[in-house]
Design a protein around this ligand. Structure first.
Ligand SMILES: *Cc1c(COP(=O)(O)O)cnc(C)c1O
Length: 434
């Protein structure tokens, strides 16, 4: 395959292309095809952007008709029929059934821009700079969002001081016995803790890039309580965990919390088109016209596919139930894979169809995903040391496809582990010896 032009003139900043060094051409459902016609199961799926699969036929039809009829593609933030249809669908299928009265802000079409808007409005409303974010959190790489992101690989290149954020331990960071919201509460009660009174807390219910760590529902409820007690806004970043990934439309649907601000992007358009929104409790909508603007706020092609995706998948709980069932299958298959080895090699984390097989080290995870790619499974790693193999397959994946992918993963683990065990587990012996 001809990759010369990518090597010659594309920036070194490319990343996923390095893990999967072929030239992809077509895609349908759960499959990617390279230009030679080889077929790959796609368990990365746009890092959670293709929850309804590649080129979903239902959404494709809407898009083709939209373009065919010369409907508005770009309209700045002017009223369009497509925008009205999207807002009506969001209200009918998502907000009203949950008794949510949030208003919808269209931001620039990336997740990080939605996060910027959320942080900006929170700081302005509360008149305070500090924001609480969590260890292993990921909220994007533009400067404001980056300052709430944990990953040193991303932070290291900021080039400026990133202030205004205090990082607190996420659920489980100090072991299962310790509820880290108690620590947060303690430092906020203590006038000498050195932590300035924050405007808001920003949190993911399951940390997508940070290693598929899932916060318990109890921890999230306690976090909300701490927010209320200390007059801080709760910003829930549902960019990756939302749109059904964890088994419900919002990842916090069954938690029993009411976030003040919610960010959504990735799978919201349904078709992989760039699109992001911020949902704000009405009293927080204190924007003045155009204060947070952007040329591509609310793209009309994305409105069209997003409205259809909400109507098609979320008008009742059929789809959510399928996701939960497939999530259970992933857990079962991961347990089977991990169970074949001694405890210290692998464990499981995540929720719904956002699950991770945590490997003892990043090297092991990389060898496994490489072995999987040789068997034509596209699957990525996440976490501080890239030690977590994460499933982000389309939620529309069939059980057969899911089992096929898990078979490939199992074979890949077996291949790599055979080698590891043969080497006499040298890694752990040398690291224990210091
Ligand atoms: C991907 C992601 C973002 C950033 O979105 P971009 O579109 O890459 O800017 C923010 N928050 C979470 C939780 C994400 O997964």
């Amino acid at each position: 395959m001809d990759t010369e032009i990518f090597e010659n003139i594309e920036s070194e900043v490319q990343s996923y292309a390095r893990s999967f060094p072929v030239v992809f051409d077509k895609a349908q459902g759960s499959y990617l095809y390279d230009e030679e016609g080889n077929r790959y199961l796609d368990f990365l799926a746009g890092a959670g952007t293709l929850n309804y699969g590649h080129n979903n036929p239902v959404l494709k039809e809407v898009l083709l008709e939209y373009i065919q009829n010369d409907k508005i593609v770009h309209g700045l933030d002017m009223h369009t029929v497509a925008k009205r249809d999207f807002l009506e669908a969001l209200d009918e299928y998502i907000l009203k059934p949950r008794e949510m009265d949030h208003v919808v802000q269209f931001t620039g079409p990336t997740g990080t821009n939605a996060v910027e808007a959320a942080l900006k409005i929170a700081r302005n409303i509360k008149g305070r700079e500090n924001i609480i974010s969590f260890t292993n959190g990921f909220h994007g790489v533009s400067l404001g969002a980056l300052s709430t992101t944990g990953n040193s690989h991303h932070r290291g290149v900021a080039g400026v001081t990133m202030g205004g954020v205090s990082v607190m331990p996420y659920d489980g960071y100090l072991g299962d016995a310790f509820d880290t919201t108690e620590y947060l509460d303690k430092v906020l009660c203590d006038s000498s803790s050195g932590v300035d009174h924050p405007a808001a807390v920003i949190v993911e219910t399951v940390q997508g890039e940070g290693g598929i760590n899932a916060a318990s529902f109890e921890w999230l409820r306690n976090l909300e309580r701490v927010c209320r007690k200390h007059d801080m806004l709760l910003i829930l970043d549902d960019i990756q965990a939302g749109c059904g990934r964890t088994g419900t439309f919002f990842s916090f649907d069954n938690v029993g919390i009411k976030p003040d601000i919610i960010t959504l992007s990735k799978s919201l358009s349904g078709y992989g088109l760039p699109f992001a929104v911020v949902l704000l409790k009405p009293e927080l909508d204190q924007w003045k016209p155009g204060e947070h603007n952007g040329t591509f706020r609310g793209h009309n092609l994305a409105f069209a596919t997003a409205a259809k995706a909400l109507a098609h998948f979320w008008s009742d709980d059929t789809f959510a139930k399928e996701v939960q069932k497939k999530g259970d299958l992933i857990t079962e298959r991961f347990r089977d894979i991990a169970g074949a080895y001694e405890d210290h090699w692998f464990y499981l984390n995540g929720r719904g169809m956002m699950q991770g097989l945590v490997c003892r080290d990043g090297q092991l995870a990389e060898e496994i995903t490489k072995a999987a790619f040789r068997r034509k499974l596209v699957i990525e790693t996440s976490g501080a040391d890239d030690q977590v193999i994460k499933t982000l397959c389309p939620l529309t994946v069939s059980e057969d496809e899911l089992n096929e992918a898990m078979d490939i993963l199992k074979e890949s683990v077996a291949e790599v582990m055979k080698d590891r065990i043969k080497r006499g587990d040298a890694h752990s012996v040398s690291s224990l010896a210091g």
